[in-house]
Structure formats: C-alpha cells, structure tokens
Design a protein around this ligand. Structure first.
Ligand SMILES: [Zn+2]
Length: 209
C-alpha cells in the first residue's frame, strides 16, 4: 500500500472492529481487527498496518542522542522503544494530524515563534507611531497565539480554542504593558475580554465544566 497511512486510519479500524462485534460474535477483537485491516486497507493483517504506520511516522523523526527521536510534526521528543513513550507520542501525534487536516496548517513551531517575538519587540521599542507600535504588538500576540494553539492541539482541546481575534481580546491583561501608544487603536480593533486569560499568561486553557 503506497498511500500514506495515518493514525486516524488506525483509530477508524479500531472503531470498525468494535462495531463488527455484532456481525462476527465468534471472533476476538484481534481477529476482527485483522478482518477490518483486510477489508478496508487491503492489508494482510492489523500487524501489517502497524508496520505501515511505524514507517509513515518515521518520516517525521529526527534522531537525537541515546535513542531519543524528535517528531517534527507534533514537536515531541521521546524514545520509540519505550511503550509508554510511544503511546504518549501517538496520542499527541493523532491530535496534530487531526488539527492539520481541519485547519489546513499547524501553528508556527518554537524557533519561528521566538524569531517573530524578537522582531516584534524590536518593532515595539523603536515604533515612531501608534500604528507601528500596533503592528509590533500584533506580531507579538500572533506568536503567543501560535504557542497557545499548539498547546491546545497537544491536549486535544484545539476545536474550542478561540480565534486569533477572540484571543487578541482575551490577552489584553497581559498585552497591556506593551500598549504605550497604541492602546486606543488596539482596544477599538479587538475589544477587551477580561477574566479568561489571567495577566502574565499567554496560554488559553479550556474552562472547566
Ligand atoms: Zn509526532
């Protein structure tokens, strides 16, 4: 099978195997998994599908020292030989796969965000006008937003994550310190939504309940 296989395919197989219980009550879950792998992915067995997925995931890995790999898609370091690590990675990777599929792109990764933040601070500190300060502040908020969204994707909460404009209103308690000339511009453009993201924080957290 040449098509890239995803962790979502594995989740679908598990679901189908569960649903097939009524139709094949005499088969074990493992046997039903094999049957679904044969029917839906033209694989010889579920084991073969697992081999495909391992190969497909490896394309995202960067080898580090002492058996550690870094997955570039879900930005996660782990030891593939450790079952617990692999399970944690697969859960996280599935969230990133789903988010990429839905959003069309993933938020900028750490290095890009840090670069954008440095540029934003330069812009803000040397801004000759309110408009230029606002542009710097917006770039800063953008970098924070990507960090916040990345964190929500990792937790599986990203579908409820606010949009950039909503986030810009929620981040007012933290971003205020940077709004020396452009406070009025910022507030009239984004408004202010206090009480969601506390002062000093930049990560949106799924409210309880
Ligand atoms: Zn990954």
């Amino acid at each position: 099978m040449q098509n890239p296989i995803t962790l979502r395919d594995i989740e679908n197989l598990k679901k189908l195997a569960k649903q097939a219980k009524a139709l094949h009550p005499g088969l074990s879950h493992a046997q039903r998994l094999n049957l679904m792998a044969q029917h839906h992915l033209q694989a010889r067995s579920y084991h073969e599908v697992r081999k495909w997925i391992a190969r497909s995931l490896e394309q995202h890995y960067e080898r580090k020292d002492s058996g550690v790999v870094y997955c570039k898609l879900c930005r996660f370091s782990f030891v593939p030989g450790v079952a617990e690590d692999s399970t944690t990675h697969e859960k996280r990777h599935l969230n990133f796969e789903d988010a990429l599929f839905s959003l069309g792109a993933l938020p900028a990764a750490h290095a890009t965000r840090e670069q954008r933040k440095r540029e934003a601070h330069n812009l803000i500190h040397s801004a000759p006008s309110a408009g230029e300060e606002l542009a710097g502040v917006e770039q800063l908020v953008n970098a924070w937003y990507d960090r916040s969204l990345e964190s929500a994707i990792g937790n599986g909460d990203w579908k409820k994550h606010p949009s950039l404009a909503e986030y810009a209103a929620m981040i007012v308690p933290t971003v205020e310190a940077w709004l020396r000339q452009s406070r009025v511009l910022y507030l009239s453009k984004y408004g202010c939504n206090r009480g969601v993201i506390p002062e000093g924080q930049t990560t949106w957290v799924q409210p309880e309940g």
